[in-house]
Design a protein around this ligand. Structure first.
Ligand SMILES: [Zn+2]
Length: 273
């Protein structure tokens, strides 16, 4: 199994250019997307609210960043994308799934329910259920008794060369999950928007994502519970797990070399920021 690192939506936060880090898994049984950035429809037919959000985010994305365009540019057939596992259903994580109507989308039921009835301003301007609620492949999972390390979790894909779990990291959204991917020698854990900079989940010396923000303000913007959950797991199992998030530009650039990732996660085409 090979992992390709894609940036599927550039945008600006506090004047800094950020990325939306999507993983394309090249497995023996086809392609799997972890998150999906924006889709072609978000550019060609945005609803008024989507348009407004994209303008307010100072969006710097282009249709060339959509996964379907990048997958074709890499020489793959987009029809080989059989599965999509989003960390949550906010637009910048599920929009691209609309371009793969034949794929199965694996989602924890709590996130589907939250997305169908958006609450508060963050929900209203982050979920656009019309984009995904009628997707033929949308598949809902309820929580069972399984555990991923010490955490309750849902196994969603098991193939010869890859295993994928949804691990709830509630906070940024009511059904947000980290997507844990197992290769031959270790785990890569895509934690979506549970945090925004690697320093926040350092198990021993955590720091602020934005040093000029007070800790209190930062914690109110990026909920702390999920981050603490991640730090605790990394403190004990950090030798087996690499955690990552969606919007850290430095980590994305680092990932393109793949040198930091356990050996099974080899290969990564360059993606220009
Ligand atoms: Zn996001």
């Amino acid at each position: 199994m090979k992992i390709h690192h894609l940036n599927c939506m550039s945008f600006r936060r506090f004047a800094v250019l950020e990325v939306t880090h999507v993983l394309l898994l090249e497995t023996q049984d086809g392609l799997i997307l972890i998150d999906s950035g924006l889709g072609l429809g978000d550019f060609s037919q945005p609803g008024w609210a989507e348009w407004l959000v994209l303008q307010l985010d100072g969006i710097a994305a282009t249709p060339a960043e959509t996964p379907i365009r990048q997958i074709a540019a890499l020489g793959f057939d987009p029809r080989d994308v059989h599965d999509i596992v989003p960390t949550h259903l906010h637009l910048d994580h599920i929009g691209g799934a609309c371009d793969f109507p034949w794929a199965k989308i694996h989602v924890w039921e709590a996130e589907i329910q939250a997305g169908l009835r958006p609450a508060g301003w963050l929900g209203t301007f982050s979920y656009f259920p019309a984009r995904w609620k009628n997707h033929p492949g949308l598949t809902s999972y309820s929580m069972g008794k399984e555990r991923w390390f010490e955490l309750e979790a849902i196994p969603v894909i098991e193939r010869a060369d890859v295993e994928i779990w949804l691990v709830p990291l509630v906070g940024h959204s009511p059904g947000a999950c980290g997507v844990a991917i197992k290769g031959k020698n270790g785990w890569l854990w895509h934690c979506g928007d549970a945090y925004v900079r690697q320093i926040q989940v350092d198990p021993f010396k955590p720091g602020n994502a934005f040093p000029w923000l007070t800790r209190g303000l930062e914690d109110s913007m990026f909920p702390v519970t999920a981050r603490e959950k991640i730090r605790k797991i990394l403190a004990v199992h950090g030798d087996q797990i690499e955690a990552m998030c969606s919007h850290d530009p430095e980590f994305f650039l680092h990932s393109k070399n793949s040198s930091h990732i356990p050996t099974p996660f080899a290969g990564s085409p360059p993606v220009d920021l």
